[in-house]
Design a protein around this ligand. Structure first.
Ligand code: SF4
Ligand code: SF4
Length: 439
């Protein structure tokens, strides 16, 4: 696509990158058909090709309006369009640049500004988010049903292993996940411990930066990233005797961002090289586990008396897997979770339209509630049509969003493996929930 950038962005880092991306787009429109917001709204400007055109106009100096901002706001950043695009257009990166320019030119109404400020200041701070969530859980019985649905039930994490192993991996604990579903990282630690790997955390690491980045506070997001690099560096430095094998992501939404640290901090001379190394060491949990597939199959098969004795969960007829967009489109990882679950005997199915977003998309479910709910309900209808007794996924945002609309238990796939290792036969996939303890 021929472009003629305006002086304000021409020959800048963002301008050069945007120009290269815009030139790659041949305007074929293949991406439009697979865009969830285009499918819902039927407006070309709520699909990738239309948004690319809007961003091009903005970067060429056309007037920017609140309408432009609305079309960009409605994008889920699911990057389904990148998977579909035959020309390799990096739409997500172009959207970041376009949103940044539009945000600086169009003042949002006060209520929107306050809402965004609250989200970017509260969500990434674990102590604020945890306190708010616990208060909500305590008051849950007094709330309306729609509000109750939004608040995940209190969950126990269970035991963290204390054994030391020569093999070590780092885990990003995350900001919201430890409060919403502490069992995910604990289950990961237990499974890896059983396989001879010690999972360690760097206490000073926090939010990966995705929340602030997608709320257009790029400077604060970069500070989050630098803080994490500082926290992890002693574990990944040049001393190979003490270096961890990998930095493990149990939430694909964080993983897609940490894998991008090298690109996002390439302009920072103090952090560019370190960011590259951190990104290169980062693995989604589904990339780490296949090396243990045989061992897991042997142990779990042993627990249930061999494969002939029945599939894992002899009482768990079927599990439906929802692949998060940040895994299948953002990181281009497909098939690994299903393959691992099948290897240990889980009867796992992908539902129809598994490439489509569930509507969670970070803070999208709060900022665009109507579209988000529609996408969630469509996704749940497809997942439940599989006849699944449980739904598994790989990202806390998707898990809690889906759980808010169904009684079918929704969990991280590693929790299923953890239970199978412990009990052998998870007769009932329902996770344990208890009332919040004032302590
Ligand atoms: S982004 Fe890709 S698929 Fe979409 S219009 Fe451009 S070239 Fe075609
Ligand atoms: S990122 Fe998702 S919602 Fe946004 S344009 Fe692409 S397909 Fe559509």
């Amino acid at each position: 696509m021929q472009t003629n950038l305006a002086d304000f962005i021409k020959h800048t880092r963002d301008g050069d990158e945007a120009e290269a991306i815009l030139r790659a787009c041949v305007h074929c429109g293949f991406c439009t058909a697979t865009c969830p917001t285009y499918q819902l709204l039927g407006d070309e400007l709520d699909g990738p090709r239309g948004r690319i055109y809007l961003i091009k106009q903005v970067l060429e100096g056309a007037p920017v309006t609140a309408k432009t901002q609305t079309h960009l706001d409605r994008c889920l950043t699911c990057r389904n369009c990148e998977t579909t695009c035959p020309s390799g257009v990096r739409y997500g990166r172009l959207l970041d640049i376009g949103r940044k320019v539009v945000e600086a030119r169009v003042e949002r109404p006060l209520a929107e500004r306050l809402q965004r400020l609250m989200l970017k200041e509260a969500l990434p701070r674990r102590w604020i988010f945890t306190s708010a969530l616990r208060a909500g859980q305590l008051l849950r019985p007094l709330l309306s049903k729609p509000m109750q649905d939004k608040i995940p039930r209190f969950q126990l994490a269970g035991r963290r292993p204390a054994r030391r192993h020569a093999r070590k991996m780092l885990v990003l604990e995350g900001c919201a996940q430890p409060a919403m579903s502490p069992n995910i990282n604990a289950a990961t630690a237990r499974v890896l411990d059983a396989l001879g790997v010690q999972l360690i955390a760097a206490p000073k690491a926090g939010c990966c930066g995705a929340l602030r980045h997608h709320l257009n506070d790029q400077a604060a997001a970069l500070d989050d990233m630098r803080r994490n690099i500082d926290a992890w560096w002693p574990h990944v430095g040049t001393d190979s005797a003490h270096a961890v094998e990998a930095i493990v992501m149990t939430a694909s939404g964080c993983g897609v961002t940490v894998k991008d640290y090298g690109h996002l901090l390439a302009h920072d001379p103090a952090y560019a090289d370190k960011a590259q190394r951190i990104a290169a060491l980062t693995r989604d949990l589904s990339e780490v586990m296949p090396q243990f597939e045989e061992e897991l199959a042997r142990r779990i098969g042993g627990n249930i008396g061999g494969a002939a004795a029945g599939k894992i969960g002899g009482g768990l007829a079927a599990v439906a897997y929802h692949p998060p967009c940040t895994l299948q489109h953002g990181q281009q990882i497909r098939g690994k979770v299903e393959s691992l679950l099948r290897a240990v005997g889980v009867d796992v199915a992908l539902c129809a339209d598994s490439h489509l977003c569930c509507g969670s998309a970070g803070t999208y479910s709060i900022l665009q509630p109507a579209l988000s709910l529609q996408l969630r309900n469509d996704k749940l209808a497809k997942l439940e049509a599989c006849g699944a007794q449980a739904i598994v996924s790989a990202n806390i945002g998707c898990i809690s969003h889906l759980q808010s609309g169904t009684e079918t238990p929704v969990m991280h796939w590693i929790e299923l493996i953890d239970r199978a290792l412990k009990d052998g036969v998870p007769k009932n996939a329902a996770r344990k929930t208890v009332s919040p303890s004032p302590a």
